[in-house]
Design a protein around this ligand. Structure first.
Ligand code: ZN
Length: 270
């Protein structure tokens, strides 16, 4: 049995957090990746109670950001809530350039300083911050960290308490991917491995990710890099897709599990 975690975003349009936890439990999955805004929809007490009733653990908590004064103002509350849910790591969402800004190096320095500012609080709460580099086409408005090399550099400068999440959708194109995955692994800072696929054509940068196997990413190849780098954690399914959001959440999860088995399972075709 391969270790799979679902990110709630994969089925969020038709399953609230309580339904999502039930669907995971029905499939024998003991770990989930969750969202603060979804907790708010069902109420924190009910969400925590359901999590405990299922005996489930939380890997990723989404998220802190964007790094505007307002987004950073909520950071402590988000971190505290992530700690109450026992999350392993908390995702950072830096946001892109400020309005009217054209100085990308400066925006990057500002993002790094913000991460540094979050670290003491994060360590106090026993959490880890996860930098997830996003696809370079998202630099303008979603993130200023768009390569694993940049994320590794930041982690190296900031030290303990911050790591990286490797999402195939964002990183598959990178000619330095294997070396940067190895570098992250050597430092013990790979916190997660997100899977989906890159469709041709991709019709929307945020909401047209593919189901594993429907696109052009060498998923097994990248998983091999991550495993060789020492990452022993679960494979996290994270598909933001208008198409898959329309479908029955149970069906989506079953298809995703079958694909994971076929692509990442030990019995996969050679
Ligand atoms: Zn991801």
């Amino acid at each position: 049995m391969i270790d799979v975690v679902f990110n709630h975003a994969t089925v969020r349009n038709r399953a609230d957090m309580l339904q999502f936890l039930d669907l995971c439990a029905e499939r024998g999955l003991g770990t989930v990746s969750i969202w603060g805004n979804e907790i708010e929809k069902v109420g924190e007490a009910r969400a925590l109670e359901a999590l405990r009733a299922h005996g489930m653990r939380v890997s990723g908590y989404n998220r802190i950001g964007p790094f505007t004064p307002e987004g950073l103002g909520k950071a402590r509350a988000e971190l505290e809530r992530a700690a109450r849910f026992g999350a392993d790591h908390v995702f950072l969402f830096t946001g892109g350039l400020a309005k009217g800004e054209r100085d990308l190096p400066r925006a990057r320095d500002r993002a790094e300083a913000a991460i540094a500012g979050l670290l003491p609080m994060t360590l106090d709460l026993g959490l880890k911050l996860a930098i997830e580099p996003l696809h370079p086409m998202l630099v303008g408005d979603r993130t200023v960290i768009a390569s694993l090399g940049h994320a590794n550099d930041i982690c190296e400068r900031l030290g303990e308490g911050v790591g990286v999440v490797i999402d195939v959708h964002h990183l598959w194109w990178d000619e330095h991917l294997e070396a940067e995955i190895a570098r992250a692994g050597k430092a013990g800072r790979i916190l997660g491995f997100h899977v989906n696929d890159w469709l041709i054509p991709t019709r929307h940068l945020l909401t047209d990710r593919g189901m594993m196997g429907d696109g052009i990413i060498d998923l097994a190849g990248i998983e091999g890099m991550v495993r060789r780098a020492g990452f022993a954690g679960p494979i996290e399914v994270e598909i933001f897709s208008e198409d898959w959001w329309q479908r029955d959440p149970a069906e989506v999860m079953d298809i995703a599990l079958d694909r994971c088995k076929a692509i990442f399972g030990r019995d996969r075709a050679a």
